[in-house]
Design a protein around this ligand. Structure first.
Ligand code: C2E
Ligand code: MG
Ligand code: MG
Length: 698
């Protein structure tokens, strides 16, 4: 109701007045600052008792002191007939609290009295919310600005309306340079579609829905960085009006997985293609035309590994890989398929002579000296060549053919060999032989021959070396060199070595029973010394046959030990602790250091027969005498093997060599045929028959 301020107020209007009073809108009329009308909503706003309590109150009573001046100025203008804009100011409520309002006032004539109609809106809650929003925005901004997260807002048109510092950093630029630009400017051309599709999808999808994508952006340095992003549509939210992109830089991760993929197809040491990739390349090349597959195997590379260590071996392999890579055309593939086996795939192979020229070029670069630290050495390679379609059409078949040709080249020490039918027969033979080898023990096809060892000074028989023979049902006698490498390759060697140990010890026991106190020497292959259970087997066999461990001599070569010195040494120590003796066979042909020799629990050196010479060749006096002197120094027994003549026997005896072995003194023979009779004496024979002296076991 109107306060009864104006006498002219008409009771007929009362109903309207009451109606207006009920409006849920704070609205009042004042005359010169005195409130003459207000709605119930004003009562609620300023927290007075009721409408009556407002009657005659001054508007300024409810204005916050700080805003008073501004509000009064506005009132004056309105009372002068000038409508005002909406103003924001604070009011002071009856209970002393403050609130924010937005108010607009219009001149209002009450009869001839000039008043003003003020429409008020309580905006406290909204301002609070806004303040909170601002605060949280500040907080979020602070978080985003300082975090490593790549955050950007992209408008529907593709403009970057916000970029976090990390976003700019991933581009190698300043925020100012990037903000406001078209996002496509930074994208990899192949990836712009990804982003467009993403924005398109989000534009039509529900608000807040996330979608992920991976794309590349260009860093200022020209490199492409890979980003993995999640985009969320905030297109409908006026404060953002865009797609919020949260991204991570996954460049390193992608590089790492690419490296992993490469590793699956490449040899990690040299970076060359591995067998899988090589076979694939061969397949592709064969489909396109004539192809050559070249297999290169380094000669005696194992010696480098064994003598200088695997680390040097690796450096050498990497160097070799480089040299080969530099010597081929760009379409050729170079791979490494085994320790020291390299393969070339030469597509569109022309004439054989062209292939040979390529191969010769590579072989001669390989022969150039390699320097490492103080070492300087030359390598050579054996090479086999196979052609598609003549020798095969599959990767596997061609590799096998090239391998077989390479084997022949190695065996015959010839230059590069081209595969031919003989290689096929040989590889078929190898295959057949390896399966027969497995059954040979069961079928009782092995036999040991024993070659006598004499004390050179006294001529006394002191023992025999057990040498393995394979009596093959169709091929006849196969010497150890003819099947032992195969046995190594197939793993059959373990069973074979055990059989040899058992048989040799059974023989030693038989000799004892016949009254002969002889030692028996058994040759070990490299894998025996890498087999930790080998010592157990030997120990059990010694016990089973009741043979004193001192009577067993195990012959190892420098290479046998150097393949894995640690393991070999521990196996050797265990056996030597039992009393088993060790002899270094073929001494003088390896590269190993004398330091190792000191570490090994050996009691004997066997001078390699190449230094003893054959019937025609002369003994290498320097080397033989040096080895004898060395043995003396180290307190080792020294044995000369391969003695084929009386002269050699005489010389070795006079040079101080302890023990002799060789065709001149006795061929390897089955135990039953061995002449153990009496104290047959080399020295004695020599004394009696002179240089024409017969030998014992002929
Ligand atoms: P090795 O241990 O150096 O054996 C000596 C080889 O020289 C034997 O050849 C023997 O027959 C031969 N030989 C002996 N005296 C003379 C001679 O005066 N002149 C010439 N030119 N040669 C002579 P074999 O029996 O063919 O054995 C060859 C190699 O096979 C052996 O060399 C040994 O390393 C290995 N081997 C033999 N039996 C076994 C075995 O049971 N296990 C293992 N792992 N290797 C064995
Ligand atoms: Mg031997
Ligand atoms: Mg030998």
């Amino acid at each position: 109701m109107f306060f009864e301020v104006q006498p002219g107020s008409d009771t007929g209007d009362r109903r309207y007045r009451e109606l207006v009073e009920q409006l849920d809108m704070p609205m009042l009329i004042h005359v010169d600052g005195t409130i003459v009308f207000a709605t119930q909503a004003v009562v609620d706003l300023v927290r007075v008792e009721d409408l009556q309590a407002l009657k005659g109150r001054q508007l300024v009573d409810f204005i916050h002191p700080d805003d008073l001046e501004m509000v009064v100025a506005q009132m004056v203008r309105v009372l002068a007939g000038e409508p005002s804009e909406r103003h924001r100011y604070r009011i002071r409520r009856a209970d002393g609290t403050d609130a924010w309002v937005a108010a607009a006032a219009t001149p209002y004539l009450l009869g001839d009295v000039a008043g003003a109609l003020v429409v008020v809106e309580d905006i406290t809650a909204r301002l609070d919310a806004e303040a909170k929003l601002r605060a949280s925005e500040v907080r979020y901004r602070a978080l985003v600005q300082n975090s490593a997260d790549i955050v950007a807002i992209v408008s529907a048109e593709g403009r970057l309306t916000y970029v976090s510092p990390a976003t700019a950093a991933v581009l190698g630029r300043e925020v100012e340079e990037v903000a406001g630009t078209d996002v496509r400017r930074w994208l990899h051309p192949d990836d712009t579609m990804v982003i467009e599709r993403l924005i398109g999808r989000l534009r039509h999808g529900p608000l807040g829905e996330g979608s992920s994508a991976t794309f590349r952006v260009r860093h200022q340095d020209g490199a492409w960085r890979h980003l993995e992003a999640i985009a969320t549509s905030r297109l409908d939210e006026p404060a953002i009006a865009g797609v919020v992109v949260n991204a991570r830089d996954v460049t390193d991760r992608i590089a790492a997985s690419a490296r992993l993929r490469r590793m699956a197809l490449h040899d990690s040491l040299t970076g060359l293609a591995n067998r899988t990739l090589i076979e694939d390349r061969i397949k592709q090349a064969v489909q396109r035309g004539p192809t050559a597959v070249v297999m290169l195997d380094l000669n005696r590379f194992k010696d480098i590994n064994d003598s200088l260590g695997h680390a040097v071996g690796d450096v050498v392999l990497a160097e070799i890989a480089d040299r080969i890579r530099r010597s081929v055309r760009s379409g050729d593939t170079v791979g490494r398929v085994g320790g020291d086996e390299f393969v070339l795939v030469l597509p569109q192979a022309g004439e054989l002579q062209d292939i040979r020229a390529t191969v010769d070029r590579i072989v001669s670069t390989l022969q150039e000296p390699i320097e490492h630290g103080n070492s300087r050495f030359r390598l050579s390679a054996s090479v086999g060549i196979a052609f598609a379609p003549e020798h095969g059409t599959t990767g596997e078949g061609l590799l096998r053919a090239a391998d077989a040709a390479m084997y022949r080249a190695k065996r015959e020490r010839s230059g590069p060999s081209v595969y031919d039918h003989r290689d096929r027969e040989r590889s078929i033979e190898r295959l057949a032989l390896s399966s027969e080898l497995i059954d040979a023990i069961e079928l009782d096809q092995f036999e040991l021959h024993y070659q006598p060892k004499y004390d050179l000074a006294s001529g006394r028989l002191i023992g025999a070396e057990a040498l393995l023979r394979w009596f093959h049902p169709t091929r006849g006698l196969i010497p150890p060199d003819g099947f032992l490498p195969l046995a190594e390759d197939t793993g059959a060697i373990h069973a074979i070595t055990r059989w040899v140990i058992d048989t040799a010890l059974a023989q030693a026991r038989a000799w004892t029973e016949q009254g002969h106190d002889l030692s028996v020497a058994v040759n070990l292959s490299p894998s025996s010394l890498q087999d930790p259970s080998f010592a157990d087997h030997v120990q059990a066999a010694l016990v089973a046959e009741g043979v004193a461990s001192e009577r067993l001599v195990l012959e190892v070569t420098e290479q046998t030990v150097m393949a894995d010195p640690e393991t070999a040494l521990s196996v050797m120590r265990r056996l030597s602790d039992l009393g088993v003796r060790f002899s270094v066979d073929d001494f003088g042909t390896g590269y190993s250091s004398l330091t190792y020799l000191r570490m090994l629990p050996v009691t004997e050196l066997k001078i390699d027969r190449s230094f003893i010479g054959d019937d025609c060749g002369a003994v290498d006096h320097d080397i033989v005498e040096t080895i004898i002197a060395l043995s003396r120094r180290l307190g080792l027994q020294v044995v000369a093997e391969g003695i084929e003549s009386c002269d050699a026997t005489d010389y070795l005896r006079s040079a101080g060599c302890d023990v002799g072995q060789g065709f001149h003194l006795g061929h390897p023979l089955p135990a039953a045929e061995l002449d153990l009779g009496g104290p047959a004496c080399v020295a004695h024979e020599h004394a009696v028959h002179g240089s024409a002296g017969s030998h014992l076991a002929s």
